[in-house]
Design a protein around this ligand. Structure first.
Ligand code: SF4
Length: 300
């Protein structure tokens, strides 16, 4: 696992990360609000303390993450995207959760380790990166040593990601779109394609391709999640071309079929149905066409 950075280095990183909260530029939105003072909220509606929706062993993640003992999942509330079809909208958009101090978050990390989980899986961590870094430092002082999984929508700033170099073991980003117009329409995410791809490049630079241990449990590396939307809206061709040509043909891809019209999706006719078998199979064919063979496809 990647927790090789020194105490001094970690302390410096936490300090720099907290400075990002002052005129918030923790993520690419750069809202500029002062989250240290908690007086005004930015796009993600998050203040100084992290908000946690749940902490538990999760058995439904990709096989090398869930393994036999589960992935120690902490769901952070709120999000820096606004996907109209979000299946976790009570957490991501309505903010359902409980405010925790970094010390309390550290206790949850340690508790998941005590449960025997294979890793710590931070879901939607982006907007709370500084607080997570601080909590992780506190947990490490008390013996926390699980691999860290950064399970993100992929709308990340490279500057923020650099602070996680040598700390995050496994990056698990979404690649949602290949068309900025659709990213804006469905997720209010300006310049998504360039931002998302720059983030994936940085993640790959840090951790490389997936490495498993002798029990097929993930130790380190990049896993891309691509949710196949109906009507080709997720731009699978563009995503796979980018991965094959600019990341690696050996990259692991989790091709997800579970789209259903949640939250506000029914306000958009094109999103108001499930992805068809034919559309999912077409996405599989595109992966194969680009020589991308590692990862997981799902049953429809
Ligand atoms: S983390 Fe939140 S407040 Fe900060 S820039 Fe991103 S959306 Fe805005």
């Amino acid at each position: 696992m990647a927790s090789v950075i020194s105490e001094t280095e970690l302390h410096n990183r936490i300090e720099v990360a907290y400075q990002l909260l002052e005129r918030c530029r923790v993520c690419p939105r750069e809202c500029g609000v002062n989250r240290l003072k908690n007086d005004k909220l930015g796009f993600c509606r998050s203040g100084l303390n992290p908000v946690v929706a749940s902490a538990s062993a999760h058995h439904g993640e990709e096989p090398p993450l869930s393994g036999t003992r589960g992935s120690g999942t902490i769901f952070l509330a709120n999000c820096n995207m606004r996907c109209v079809y979000c299946q976790n909208y009570p957490i991501s958009q309505m903010g359902n959760g409980v405010e925790k101090t970094p010390a309390e978050l550290a206790c949850q990390m340690l508790w998941l380790q005590e449960q025997g989980c294979h890793n710590l899986n931070l879901v939607t961590p982006t907007h709370f990166m500084p607080q997570i870094l601080k909590a992780w430092g506190l947990a490490r002082e008390r013996g926390f040593a699980l691999p860290l999984v950064y399970n993100t929508s992929g709308y990340e700033s490279v500057e923020a990601l650099r602070l996680l170099d040598g700390i995050v073991d496994i990056y698990l980003p979404d690649m949602r779109y290949s068309d900025d117009r659709l990213a804006m329409l469905y997720s209010i995410a300006p310049n998504y394609v360039e931002v998302n791809r720059a983030a994936v490049r940085e993640m790959f630079r840090q951790v490389g391709n997936l490495v498993l241990d002798e029990h097929d449990i993930a130790k380190r590396g990049l896993i891309i999640r691509h949710l196949v939307l109906p009507g080709g809206l997720s731009g699978t061709e563009g995503v796979m071309k980018f991965l094959a040509e600019e990341i690696s043909k050996d990259v692991h891809i989790s091709l997800m079929s579970q789209y259903f019209p949640a939250y506000k999706a029914n306000e958009f006719k094109e999103l108001s149905r499930r992805t068809s078998t034919g559309e999912y199979e077409e996405a599989c064919r595109i992966m194969e066409k680009y020589g991308l063979e590692n990862g997981w496809e799902q049953e429809l």
